[in-house]
Structures are given as structure tokens and as C-alpha cells.
Design a protein around this ligand. Structure first.
Ligand SMILES: [Zn+2]
Length: 241
């Protein structure tokens, strides 16, 4: 009895020691990430509460950051970046820009010229084909925009691009619609924002599944902003940093 008890005690101590090591090593790697992410979440809350108090946190629709190839797609605070994680195993495939206005008020534009399509069932989304990636000429890429509808799925996309639109040419800076809060579930809308992502081509003339981060590109060099969550410098992503 006695020896079995101390053997179990030894195992317990070993397991506790191992857990402690995991905790310390884990914190070492997780804390900087939690700090920058925590700071961004706090700012997002402050932005929701009173956007007018933080005009310097907002990007400007149609502006170009330095020598970046693309224009900025809308106004607002960039609350979530590329690679952000909303739950274990999830990786955000684009950026979320929160306009700080009511649904249907914050304009959205084409960041570059291309060919716009909207699948017949798309209420809040559109995609623009760019035949030649400005950062890798010859490669075709796609620009995906979503959440451009109200909670019930009434679209805020410009009437120029009705459902079923295919390959309609748009100019850089052309008006596409407004930010919304459509999530697919009227009882659980998103915050009012635009989700924007850069999607790879499938090699057959269409786009890859935009829900997988492996099918998307880091938008940082295209927009001239720090938008990669894994190298988050902890600053507000606006032009001129
Ligand atoms: Zn998003």
C-alpha cells in the first residue's frame, strides 16, 4: 500500500511538473500574440462605442497607401487582419474593415480594375477577377468582397451588379455598394463591416474556395498596410506607417 501510494505520488508530481513546463513555454509564445490581439479587440470595442472619437484609426476609401498597387476598398477601422483566429483551428482569410456607420452607408469601391462576377445566389458578395497580379505578373487572382447586405439579406451591392452578373468590367475606384451586417442568420448579424480577401485562381479559370486561408494571399503588400496577424506590430493599420 505504502509503496504504491508513493509511486502514484511520483507520477502525479511528474505530470504536474510537465504541465507547468507546458504552461510556461506556452505563455512565452502566446503572450505577445495575446497582447497585440487584446489591444486590437479593446480598440475595436472603443471604435464601436464612438467612431467619431478616433478618426485617425480609419482608412479612407479609394486612397492609395504609398506605392501600393491597390486602392483601399472602404472607410473604417481594420479590426481583424489576415491570419487572425476567432476560434481554435480557424484562420481569418481576409481583413475586416468596420465603417462605424449604419448598415448601407459606408461606400465600397473596386481596389483595382478587373472583371466583376456575382453568383446568382450571392446576396452580400461579389468577386473581381484580376488577370495579372501586380506583384506577380501573369498570375490571375481574385478579389472577394462580402457582408454587403442587411440582416435579412437585402443587398447593398450597387444595382449595376445584380445577382448573376458575369465578367462585367469595373475600373479601379468604381463604386460597388455599401458595407452591411449580413451573416446568413438574421438573429445573429455580424458587426457592420466589409470583409475583403485576395483569392488564388484554381488554374481552370475560376477562384479557389475563399474560406480556406491557404487559398488566399496576405493583403499587406497589395494595400500597403501591416495586415498579417502573425507579424502584427500592434499598431492601427492606416497609411503612412
Ligand atoms: Zn472577415
Amino acid at each position: 500500500m505504502r509503496s504504491e501510494g508513493s509511486a502514484m505520488g511520483g507520477w502525479l508530481r511528474l505530470i504536474l511538473a510537465a504541465m507547468l513546463v507546458v504552461l510556461i513555454v506556452g505563455s512565452y509564445f502566446a503572450l505577445p500574440w495575446l497582447r497585440t490581439r487584446g489591444a486590437r479587440l479593446v480598440r475595436l470595442r472603443q471604435w464601436f462605442d464612438n467612431p467619431a472619437a478616433h478618426p485617425e484609426w480609419s482608412i479612407q476609401v479609394g486612397a492609395r497607401c504609398g506605392e501600393a498597387p491597390f486602392l483601399l476598398p472602404t472607410n473604417g477601422y481594420i479590426g481583424f487582419t489576415w491570419g487572425d483566429s476567432f476560434r481554435p483551428g480557424h484562420s481569418h482569410q481576409g481583413i475586416d474593415i468596420f465603417g462605424g456607420q449604419a448598415p448601407g452607408e459606408t461606400p465600397v469601391v473596386a481596389v483595382t480594375s478587373g472583371y466583376l462576377s456575382r453568383l446568382p445566389e450571392w446576396k452580400s458578395s461579389l468577386i473581381i477577377r484580376v488577370p495579372s497580379d501586380p506583384l506577380l505578373p501573369g498570375r490571375q487572382i481574385w478579389l472577394y468582397y462580402t457582408h454587403m447586405a442587411d440582416t435579412a439579406g437585402n443587398s447593398y451591392i450597387s444595382p449595376s451588379f445584380p445577382p448573376g452578373t458575369s465578367e462585367q468590367y469595373v475600373e479601379a475606384g468604381e463604386f460597388l455598394g455599401y458595407q452591411g451586417n449580413y451573416s446568413g442568420d438574421p438573429n445573429n448579424p455580424t458587426g457592420i463591416h466589409l470583409h475583403f480577401s485576395i483569392v488564388l485562381d484554381d488554374g481552370q479559370g475560376s477562384f479557389r474556395n475563399e474560406l480556406k486561408i491557404a487559398n488566399t494571399l496576405d493583403p499587406s503588400p497589395y494595400l500597403g498596410l501591416p495586415l498579417n496577424a502573425s507579424t502584427d506590430p500592434g499598431v492601427v493599420a492606416v497609411c503612412g506607417q
